[in-house]
Design a protein around this ligand. Structure first.
Ligand code: NAP
Length: 243
């Protein structure tokens, strides 16, 4: 049995990753922070397709909650093979109007949360001498979108930690990579006003937004043995937006 934890898996990209990894045969932990019903629906769908797993409510920006989650998952299954660090928030604000609370919220989840989860699982993976961590970054880390100073800074940090962790953990058989999606149709994107969204589609060479399933396909490939010699990389999946 192989075990995967996907943070922020009640919706969007995280949900698609959880469903895909379950189809790939992983016992899948669906982490979330507030959407109980959506998380249970994800688990129901996994079970309906013959898979297995559990839901786990934990705010991954709180270290104690991350430690408890990883401890409980390890107690239940005895191993952790994959972590998809996915739970993240976007708060678009121009620097001149930036609220300090936005800075704290984005860094606490998108950066500290990723580090807390990576450390907690790596402490288990290094004893197994194997494991894969995939960090959900964003094309905003590579492509400047006005209003995303804070968000892009958090995702730039995700890219940097991916490279450093890959070097630190490679000797223990742990691979660390990142995926940097462009515009992907999820609630996060649906929150953007329609006119602005239309403008964004025009800027994408493939003339459409991506789907959460397409991101999940890439995550599935990265964690597989086909990518066994790949670590420290940031894979951009953006329909050509950043070109
Ligand atoms: P989403 O639809 O808003 O879903 C966010 C997920 O994260 C939900 O399951 C939510 O669960 C969970 N979550 C939020 N705060 C949490 C916390 N403190 N602890 C644990 N879980 C938490 O987001 P998405 O669009 O799928 O984005 C997922 C990731 O992809 C993010 O890191 C985002 O930056 C990145 N990304 C997205 C896009 C895009 O176009 N959508 C593009 C590039 C990168 P609850 O509702 O239960 O809290």
């Amino acid at each position: 049995m192989k075990v995967a934890i996907v943070t922020g898996a009640s919706k969007g990209i995280g949900k698609a990753c959880a469903l895909r990894l379950a189809r790939d045969g992983y016992t899948t932990v669906i982490n979330y922070s507030s959407s109980d019903e959506a998380a249970l629906q994800t688990l129901d769908q996994i079970k309906a397709e013959g898979g297995d797993g559990m839901v786990y409510k934990a705010n991954v920006s709180v270290l104690a909650e991350v430690k408890a989650m990883v401890r409980d998952v390890f107690k239940a299954y005895g191993r952790i093979d994959v972590l998809v660090n996915n739970a993240g928030i976007v708060r678009d604000e121009y620097l001149l109007m930036m609220n300090p609370d936005t800075v704290d919220k984005c860094f606490n989840l998108n950066v500290k949360g990723y580090l807390y989860c990576a450390q907690a699982v790596a402490l288990k993976m290094f004893k197994q001498k194997s494991g894969v961590i995939v960090n959900m970054s964003s094309v905003s880390s590579k492509f400047a979108l006005p209003g995303q100073t804070v968000y892009s800074a958090t995702k730039g940090a995700v890219n940097s930690m991916t490279q450093t962790l890959a070097k630190e953990l490679g000797g223990y058989g742990i691979r660390v990579n990142a995926v940097a999606p462009g515009f992907i149709s999820t609630e996060m994107i649906e929150a953007i006003p329609e006119e602005t969204r239309k403008g964004y589609v025009e800027r994408v060479p493939l003339k459409r937004f991506g789907t959460a399933d397409e991101v999940a396909n890439l995550v599935s490939a990265i964690v597989s043995d086909q990518f066994a010699y790949v670590t420290g990389q940031v894979f951009v999946m953006d329909g050509g937006l950043s070109l």
